[in-house]
Ligand binder design. Sequence first.
Ligand code: FAD
Length: 425
Amino acid sequence: MTSESPSSLWQNTCRENPSSSVLTGEVSADLAIIGGGYTGCSAALKAREMGATVCLIEAETFGHGGSGRNVGLANAGLWLPPEDINARIGPKTGAQLSQALAMAPDLVYGLIEHHDIACEPVRNGTLHCAHAPSGMADLQRRAEQLQAIGAPVQLLDKAEAQARVGSQQVHGALFDPRAGTIQPLAYARGLARAAQDAGAQLYDHSPATALSRGKAEWLVTTPKGRIQAKHLLMATNGYALPIAGYQAPSIVHVNYFQGATAPLPPAIRSQILPGQEGCWDSALVMSSWRMDQQGRLVIGAMGALDHFGSKIHHSWLIRKLAALFPALAGTPLESLWFGRIAMTSEHLPKIQKLTDGYVCFGYSGRGIGPGTLFGQQVAKALLSGDETALPLPVCTNHSLPFAGLRGAYYETGATLTHLIKDRIG
Ligand SMILES: Cc1cc2nc3c(=O)[nH]c(=O)nc-3n(C[C@H](O)[C@H](O)[C@H](O)COP(=O)(O)OP(=O)(O)OC[C@H]3O[C@@H](n4cnc5c(N)ncnc54)[C@H](O)[C@@H]3O)c2cc1C
């Protein structure tokens, strides 16, 4: 029905156009960056602000990976609540990470404003909605943990949540006023444009094909060029293409697809998300929904659209739309696309250390704020030699046995859930 890179809503409405050129010939720079999503572009911008020379290469176009396909919920923190983070990496490191990421929306919206990035920023908060009465226990637990570390989140009862969402299908919600929505691809391309304006050399359609270490520098080969650089940032994350001489850390891919309605008529638009919050739900096979600037409802759920189950996912999404918002029953979804979420073993992001370099990966579904922050922080650490400000201690490797099988397990689970729910309503 659709490939992984169809013309998505985000591609069709993106108003940021960084300049495009292929790397040809030899370039030398203080920092070479491989991958042009939030992590790579944010690092390039920060490195230029610090006065370093930067060369970033992107295999496809800027924002081709998760950065150009996501829901656009610019959240604070991670998917896991604070105590779960602490249980996995220890209370001191966990608290440091949660504190750093509490500020992530400030960083994102600050960059958008400073660089005048045309990415439809709306900072009216997000609603994590209870999909059933049983979902409230999880939201309550999250609210308590977040409030305990000073987050200004509020638990909304069923009536308030239903009024905010404009749907009888939610049973309460956790409201986070720090967060908001963006046009995700435009944000990625806007960061790329800001980095170019600051003097970074950014090349698209220039995949790294080989990587090696010289005496004291990195050598990156592309089909038509070569970069020599003292420092290296690998920012290919869940979209890593094979590179000779380099083994990317293993991650599990969890697929997530979305579709968008046409702009809704004003009478309907005024009843759905009148406050323009971005939403997702507490179901195990979760869904999300939000408005774009033109009043299109963008709705999504777990699943890929490149296999026999894509029709199941699509038909389930149409039914989900109608169930949430009966006024939209029968409304077609104009574009459908999907992307791969990069999950790590602990569902936490990682910074892996290389000689004079880092690999950042595995934001596990929360990469807008974290990718922007990690990109900045690793650029600073590389150029200053001071790792103390990194949001996480570095790791030396990350292996995830049976990553492919685990990804298939999630996809099969999402397909079966959508099939069963579609059959029994
Ligand atoms: C469907 C979906 C929904 C999501 N929803 C949200 C959300 O609402 N909020 C949120 O915060 N996060 C969300 N995320 C997560 C977020 O999108 C990612 O964590 C984030 O985009 C990762 O950014 P990145 O720069 O690290 O990697 P990416 O954006 O994936 O960029 C990696 C880039 O590297 C390039 N590349 C790969 N190999 C090579 C090579 N050999 N040479 C050169 N370039 C190469 C790729 O083409 C790609 O452009 C979602 C993710 C998906 C997929």
